[in-house]
Design a protein around this ligand. Structure first.
Ligand code: 3AM
Length: 196
């Protein structure tokens, strides 16, 4: 029997930064020092994850594609705003700096739910816990001066107001490179076809 080919897969919405975004990130980066261990995500890798699928036999790609196709069928494209920064982890140990919406539109929650449900029907495990709509900006390994970090972070609360136009979902392969940024390869695009 031939060996399985595995790919690390996830479904996401690609983020296309507007002019001025890089400058806002530069300001936000002043929360951390050069000596801290923080990996800022390269702008061209930014995305909103809708569903992490994980290591998957490529023989199952057809099932994934038909599940996502069905999930986006008859769904209208929509727009929303990313205007809130947050951090996963605790105040003592922040782990991820993210950008999300103050008001999460129902449309994105429904899109996540539809994809999750359709994949579950094909035997993929359902996502555990609530879907938190966010764009990961940085992953933190160590911050030495946390009070400085939080003070600067608070100063950046009103910094962002980024428009996201959701016209398609993308099936990505994530290729991990030890010590470097991952590589994301777009394998399939699924257009939100609209109701008419
Ligand atoms: O861009 P974010 O951070 O939202 O965190 C990973 C990233 O999402 C997430 O999948 C996206 C592409 O790598 N991810 C990685 N491993 C995961 C796991 N085991 C995971 N999500 C859930 N469970």
């Amino acid at each position: 029997m031939s060996e399985k080919e595995l790919k690390r897969l996830f479904i996401a919405i690609t983020f296309h930064p507007e002019e001025g975004f890089a400058e806002k990130i530069r300001q936000l980066r002043q929360c951390t020092f050069r000596t801290d261990l923080v990996n800022w995500v390269q702008p061209d890798l930014l995305h909103l994850t809708l569903k992490f699928i994980g290591e998957t036999d490529t023989a199952r790609m057809l099932d994934i594609c038909s599940a996502v196709e069905a999930a986006v069928r008859n769904v209208d494209p929509f727009t929303f705003t990313l205007d809130r920064i947050g951090a996963f982890g605790s105040r003592y140990q922040p782990r991820v700096i993210w950008l999300g919406p103050v008001y999460t539109p129902d449309a994105i929650v429904q899109l996540h739910n539809r994809i999750d449900l359709n994949l579950a029907k094909k035997g993929f495990p359902k996502t555990f816990g609530n879907f938190v709509c966010h764009l990961t900006l940085a992953r933190i390994r160590r911050i030495d001066d946390k009070s400085y970090f939080w003070k600067q972070f608070e100063a950046c609360r009103q910094l962002f107001s980024e428009t996201v136009e959701v016209r398609e979902c993308v099936l990505y392969e994530s290729i991990l490179h030890k010590g470097y940024q991952p590589q994301y390869v777009a394998l399939e695009h699924f257009r939100l076809s609209g109701k008419s």
